[in-house]
Design a protein around this ligand. Structure first.
Ligand code: AMP
Ligand code: MG
Length: 877
């Protein structure tokens, strides 16, 4: 083996791959493969000779790489050793399976860039059936070049076995290739291309992260087995393309864009990765080296445009992009979207492989297919043609569906194509990727029927509470700090306070602030406010003064209830304040003042706001009572006989869940004192000594608590994503349920089936009986099961909106197209997908909201607070 001493610089495309390979962790994604099936007998020696000869002809393929003094260079190996591995599989039961196994192991063995960067293998499956496998690194060769080399091996072999002279090769050299690229970079074409792309980059807001990664696949770059579209559809596509005078590939790309649109939140722009050969110069067409690249295809999809208009737009975009295909677009994009060089994007790629014309190995018919044609974004759709057939394969580390195969994608694409070709003037918005059966299935799991059921009886919280008082007046309602209150005592105490509050002006339409640590008094005060018809506004004493002040200004309560120790925090505002221990309360009668109606507000709870202003979520009595009335049906522990803990701060709506699920259903509530709530060990002792049977915790709190001695509790977690570790720790031998819900839709809207230890996914579950859930794309259209979409919630849990913030309310509580006119649904901002078992899986946020130990925080709020500090001009969180 001799080294040619000439050091040749790398082209820009090669350098991109070199950097990606050196910095990336996946070392074999750049190894391309071509598998040629040869139907006939073969002369192995002649084939080996042909392979050796073609390696000598394909100079760029013999390059090796080396870094010296910070410079990467390539050199050509003059006479490398070429081996044609041979595998006789003719005795094997499943020869093709063996072919895949062996070629895949070759493909997955990393080839160091120090070279040589090619491998050949011949696999014999029958006396008259062979497979020739070529694996080559993309840094020296691209898919097109691999095809050139494959064809050349066939013609050299054919000449050899027939004894005819070998036709001469017209391949350019590596230096030719480098020269062509540097000529381009110094040309006006380059400037022209640069100008085009500067004007036509994807918008900066292009969303990503909607395609989750597949669970480990050792070879995500190997295309799936191809799916053959049915002939009728293929003909319709061809007729459509001749009627509209557009190439078939443009029509197929348009269909892909419509399919992909439904996988992303995009409403107006779909960006596809479009692999291009970059072989514009005639000389490049006979140069078996690395030219290829990927350009972004930026498509505008508007629901109102017609199929014909859209196809014409796609075609125009493709032609423009192809005209400017040589430009390294990612060098401009990098500024907008930081991402390392050459790294595959998180987009979907659409690739059209040249149709493989069958060729011949000395008379034996040969057909070639790529085992890796080069990276195509996070997920790729690869079209190829064999004869009359149109084939589709999928490839990539990401996956749009949780469980899918190429046939499913092809079926959806087929549905889109059928709709497109049936009516070229239909608007894009009328094209559905779902069939009727899928719609019905989604309606069922999502509980859509709740939106059309007759309106149920609407009850207020006091009415529901009073039925429990009447049912068992002497039953224990609350335990706190070693003391207890029966249902009758709780009713009396809250009645007296409500009399006093009513006298001070509390009534429907008004608000009363509650400033309390966890305590029995706090719960008496809540019921008292509710009984007057006013809404309570819980304020956590742990909040800083500025936030408390903001809430008081914003909610404008007519009075506050607190304890003597905390009253100071409210001083100086002229706000009438009642001390819950004031003996004056005892002088009021223990009778009910008035009855609120179910549509009055029950409470206003503040959550973080993106602009820096927290927002008050307004929830009605009906929101709460309907939820509580549905829990038995949902399979949650019943009220009577159960002991619920009350651990959450009152500024979380989950505290309401603990309180009402116990007290409106005849259960007992154990209020966890402040000091105990902070100590997992004290907490555990309290749970045991008070015989708590239903424990509600954030997953992070459950993660700190020891399950020992708590074998008989039912654990309810929610408020933030629950990790499998926490399930591992708690789920065995105990019922553990995951719950999900935003404050805007009243505590919880889903509950999971009992969780099992050992599963890697922790579902958030299925809708509670009063809620309807929709997983939608950016056009508010349902996405198929398994596809990630935005979660919208409709039904009895949907709150009134944000107090005093009509604009914000209108933006998040939107018209629901799936119910009667006037139905609203709440856009949660959560990304979810339906699993096959009818439960929902949570995949994260579509925005920048985060959860810290269950606390909901908008990064925008922190940013606004930082930017407001003296001396801070700009802030980023
Ligand atoms: P909050 O309004 O404080 O209840 O916060 C609601 C948000 O918390 C939801 O929009 C989710 O982002 C997150 N969340 C609540 N429950 C869960 C859960 N079980 N799993 C994952 N995220 C959750
Ligand atoms: Mg919640």
């Amino acid at each position: 083996m001799e080294l040619d001493n000439r050091a040749i610089p790398l082209t820009r495309g090669q350098l991109d791959i070199w950097l990606a390979q050196e910095t990336g962790d996946s070392s074999t994604e750049w190894q391309l493969g071509l598998l040629v099936k040869i139907e006939g007998a073969l002369d192995r020696d002649a084939l080996e000779w042909a392979v050796r000869r073609v390696v000598r002809e394909v100079e760029p393929g013999r390059a090796t790489f080396d870094e010296r003094n910070g410079q990467v260079i390539q050199r050509v190996l003059d006479d490398p050793h070429v081996e044609l591995q041979f595998h006789d599989l003719s005795g094997s039961d499943d020869g093709l399976e063996e072919v895949h196994r062996i070629t895949s192991s070759i493909q997955c063995a990393p080839m160091p860039l120090s070279g040589p960067l090619f491998k050949f293998a011949l696999l014999q499956t029958r006396a008259d059936e062979h497979y020739l496998f070529t694996c080559c690194h993309h840094i020296v060769i691209d898919g097109f070049a691999l095809g050139l080399a494959g064809q050349r091996i066939a013609s050299v072999y054919s000449a050899a076995v027939s004894g005819s002279p070998v036709p001469s090769a017209l391949f350019g050299s590596l230096q030719d290739l480098v020269d062509l690229e540097s000529e381009y970079e110094a040309s006006d074409d380059y400037l022209d291309d640069q100008a085009y792309w500067t004007q036509n980059l994807p918008s900066e807001s292009e969303p990503s992260h909607r395609l989750p990664n597949a669970s480990k696949d050792s070879e995500p770059y190997r295309p799936s087995a191809p799916f053959t579209f049915d002939l009728v559809l293929r003909r319709r596509v061809d007729e459509f393309s001749s009627a509209t005078d557009l190439p078939r590939s443009s029509v197929l790309t348009a269909a892909c864009a419509l399919l992909v649109r439904s996988w992303f939140a995009e409403t107006s722009e779909v960006v596809l990765d479009f692999p291009v050969s970059r072989r514009v110069h005639p000389e490049s067409k006979t140069l078996p080296g690395m030219f290829a690249g990927v350009i972004p295809l930026v498509l505008q999809v508007s629901p109102a445009s017609t199929v014909a208009e859209f196809c014409a737009h796609v075609d125009k975009r493709i032609r423009e992009a192809v005209r400017h295909q040589r430009f390294p677009v990612h060098s401009l994009e990098r500024k907008a979207r930081p991402r390392s060089l050459g790294e595959p994007t998180d987009r979907v790629g659409v690739n059209f492989l040249p149709s493989t014309t069958a060729f011949s190995f000395g008379g034996a018919k040969a057909t070639a297919s790529y085992t890796n044609a080069g990276p195509v974004g996070a997920f790729g759709l690869i079209f190829s043609g064999v004869g009359d057939d149109l084939l589709l394969s999928t490839v990539g580390a990401a996956q749009p569906f949780s469980d899918f195969d190429v046939a499913e994608i092809a079926e959806r694409l087929g549905r889109v194509l059928a709709a497109m070709t049936a009516d070229p003037v239909r608007p894009l918005s009328s094209i559905d990727v779902l069939d009727a059966g899928e719609h019905a299935g989604l309606d069922l799991v999502g509980n859509r029927a709740v939106l059309t059921e007759p309106d149920p009886q609407r009850l207020s919280i006091p009415v529901l509470f009073e039925t429990q008082v009447a049912r068992a007046p002497e039953a224990s309602a609350i335990r706190f700090d070693g003391r207890g209150l029966t249902y009758r005592e709780l009713d009396d105490a809250s009645n007296r306070l409500s009399q006093l509050l009513a006298e001070r002006g509390a009534c429907p339409g008004q608000r009363v602030a509650l400033l309390f640590n966890r305590s029995a008094e706090a719960i008496v005060a809540m019921l008292a406010v509710l009984k007057t018809g006013a809404a309570y506004v819980p304020i956590d004493p742990a909040h800083p003064d500025a936030r408390i002040e903001f809430m008081l200004d914003d909610a404008a309560p007519i009075a506050a209830v607190t304890t003597g120790a905390l009253a100071d925090r409210l001083a100086g505002r002229g706000l009438p304040t009642v001390d819950s221990h004031d003996s004056l309360i005892g002088t009021y009668p223990a009778t009910r003042v008035s009855a609120p109606i179910a549509d009055d507000l029950a409470y206003v709870i503040y959550t973080s706001g993106t602009t820096g202003r927290p927002k008050g979520v307004a929830i009605t009595h009906h929101n709460v009572t309907h939820l509580m009335g549905s829990l038995d049906e949902a399979g949650l522990p019943p009220g009577p006989g159960q002991v619920w803990s009350q651990w959450h701060s009152y500024s979380f709506d989950i505290s309401g869940w603990e309180i009402y699920a116990a007290l409106l259903r005849g259960g007992q509530l154990v209020v966890v004192p402040e000091s105990v709530a902070r100590s997992p060990e004290d907490m555990r002792e309290l749970l045991i000594s008070e015989n708590v049977s239903v424990l509600s915790q954030t997953p992070s709190a459950a993660g700190m608590l020891s399950p020992e001695g708590l074998e008989s509790v039912t654990l309810l977690v929610g408020g933030e994503a629950c990790s499998p570790d926490v399930v591992e720790r708690w789920a065995s031998g105990r019922v553990m349920i995951n719950e999900y819900g935003p404050t805007e839709t009243t505590m919880w809207v889903t509950t999971s089936a009992p969780l099992n230890a050992g599963s890697s996914v922790v579902p958030i579950g299925a809708p509670l009986p009063g809620s309807a859930l929709f997983v939608l794309d950016g056009w508010l259209r349902p996405v198929p099961a398994g596809v990630v979409g935005d979660l919208y919630v409709a039904g009895h849990s949907v709150g009134v909106g944000y107090m005093g913030r009509a604009g914000l309310t209108g933006a998040r509580f939107v018209a629901c197209p799936f119910g009667q006119p006037g139905t609203r649904m709440y856009r949660t901002g959560d990304l979810v997908r339906w699993s096959a078992d009818g439960q929902m899986e949570y995949l994260g946020r579509a925005d920048e909201q985060v959860k810290i130990r269950g606390h909901r925080i908008e990064l925008g709020e922190i940013q606004a607070a930082l930017a407001g500090l003296d001396g801070v001009e700009q802030a980023a969180v």
